[in-house]
Design a protein around this ligand. Sequence first.
Ligand code: ATP
Length: 574
Amino acid sequence: DVQTSEKLVELAKRRGYFFQSSGAYGGVGGFYTFGPQGAALKGNVEDAWRDRFAVAEGNMEIDAPTIMPEPVFEASGHLDTFDDMLVDCPECGESHRADHVVEDNTEYEDAESLPIPEVEEVIAEYELICPSCSAGLAGQAVETFNLMFATNIGPGDSDPGYMRPETAQGIFVEFPRLKEYARNQLPFGVTQIGRAYRNEISPRRSIIRTREFTQAELEYFIDPEEDDPDLESVADVDVTLYPAREQNTEGSSEIETTIGEAVEAGIIGDEWVAYFLGIAKPWYESVGVDMDRFRFRQHLSGERSHYAADCWDAEGKIDGNWIELAGFANRTDYDLSKHDEYSDDRFTIFRQYDEPKTVERATVDPDMSYLGPEFGGDAQTVVDELETLAERDRSAFDGETVEVELEGETHELPVEKTGFSVDEETIAGEHITPHVIEPSFGVDRLVYTVLHHAYREDEVAGEERTYLDLEPEVAPTFVGVFPLQSDEDLEAVADEIVADLRDAGLSVTYDDSGNIGRRYRRQDEVGTPFCVTVDYETIEEEETTVTVRERDTTDQKRLPVEDLDETLAEIRDG
Ligand code: ATP
C-alpha cells in the first residue's frame, strides 16, 4: 500500500494534480501547488462542501482576511498555547516533532498529550534516534514551538500580526456583526473556506501535512439551554466509531453502530457533535472516500485543544495509517467569552423569555468610601465583594450583619451600613454567550484521500492500466472528446460536440494527439469518467452517433449526439 502513495504522488505530478512549489529554486518543505486537475478537483470538493454545509443547512458564508492582529490571538489563546513539541538533533541540527518521533517508534499512540518531561524520559528510555541521521536523541531538551507565522502590519514592528492558523477566528471576531445578519436569533451557522497557515516543524507525506493549507469550517452558534439538533434526520446513518474508552483498553476495537444508537448508548455524549457527524459521513462518501477506510475517533482527554469540550475526528486510512480529515468539536463559549473579555465589543446574544419575568435585584450602596479606612482603604473591593454576594447568596444579608471576606480575613459589617436593598424588576430576557459547535475540515488531506482511495490498477486487453475511480460529481475533467483520426471532417464534428457539452456546463477536454488507446489511458489516469470518440460512422450515418466509453468498465456504447449533453449531465448530477 505504501507503493500506492509513491505511485500516486508521481501520477499527481505528471498529470497536473499537485507538486511541490518553487521547484525552480529547489522547492521548500510544506508548500504545494495544485496543478490544473488538482485545482479543479479541489474546487469541486469545496463546492460540494459549500452545497452541503452552507447552502443545504441554511448557513451563511463569509470570507475574512488571512492576516489578523496580535490581540486576536492573545484572546483566542493561540499565542500562548498553539504549540508543538520540538526536539533538535545534536548531530545534524534538524528539528523534529518530539511526539511524532515517540509515536513512530514506541507503543505510545498519543504522545502529544504527554507532559514534556515524560516525552524526554521516553526518548531516553527507548534510545530514540534522529529520523534524518540516526544520531541518538537521548538527553536532548524537548521544547515548545509556536506554530503561527508572525509578520508585521505596516512598517516597523509596533503592530505584530499573524497568518491565521485556522479560519475559525475570522468568524469569531466578527460575531458582533454576524449576529445582526442572523437577526439576533440562535441557532445560526457561519462557514468559511480559506487558507490557514501553520509553521509545522516537520511537514510530511506530501499534501497531508503542509505549512499552508485550506480549511472548510463551520461555526454553529447555539443556545445550549434552548437549542436541540434534528437528530432524527441522521439517526439511521451507519457509522464506525472509535470512542476514547476503547482506545484506552487493550485489544481495543471500533464499534459499528448508527448515530441514533450511539447517542442513546452515551457513546457520543454531545448531541450537536453527533448531528454533524451524521451529516458528514454520507457527504464524505459522496465525494469518494472509501467507507471501509473511514471512521470517527474520539479525542482522548489529554489530546483535546485548549478550547474543546468534546471532540471527534473523521479519519481516513492511507497506507495502513489513520489520518485526521476533520475535527468536530464543541468549543463551548470559550472563544466568544474570550473575545468579549479582551475586546470592546459584546459577544453575547439577548435571549428573550417567553414571558417577561419579575425578579428581585439585590443592590448595595455603590459609594461605600466611608468604609475605606476600616478595610485598609480598599473600599472598591468591599463594594465588589458585596455585589457578588448580593447576586449569589442573599442569605448573607439576613439579620443584622453581613460577613465579607477580604484578603483571607472575615469582617462583619452592620447591614444598615452597606445600603443593602432588594427591588423588584421586570425583565424581558437576558444576555447569554452562545456555545459553538465546530466541524473543521481539511480540504488538502481530503483531496489526497479521495485520490488515494480512487487509485486503481487493472488489465485491459492484456495491458496494465492505471485509473482513478473518481466520483463523477468531483472529477476535474468530466468528459474527453476525441476525433478518431486527424481528419478535418471528424475534427469539425468533435469541435461542435465540445462546444455543446461546455454549454451544458460540463468540463471537457479535447485531445487529438496520439493513438486512441493512448488518449484513453491518459484520461483514465486523470480519472475522466467518459470519453467520446467521433469516427467515420458519426459523419456517414444519417443519425449522428458517437462512441461513448466508460472509464471503469471500458465498456463502449453508441449514443446519439443530439441529447449527449443531457445524458452526460444527468449522470454527473447523479
Ligand atoms: P494534526 O493533529 O494532524 O496536526 P490538528 O488536530 O492540529 O491536526 P485541527 O486544528 O483540528 O488539526 O485542524 C482541522 C483540520 O485541518 C484537520 O482535520 C486537518 O484536516 C487540517 N489540517 C490541520 N493541519 C494541517 C496541515 N498542517 N496540513 C494540512 N491540513 C491540515
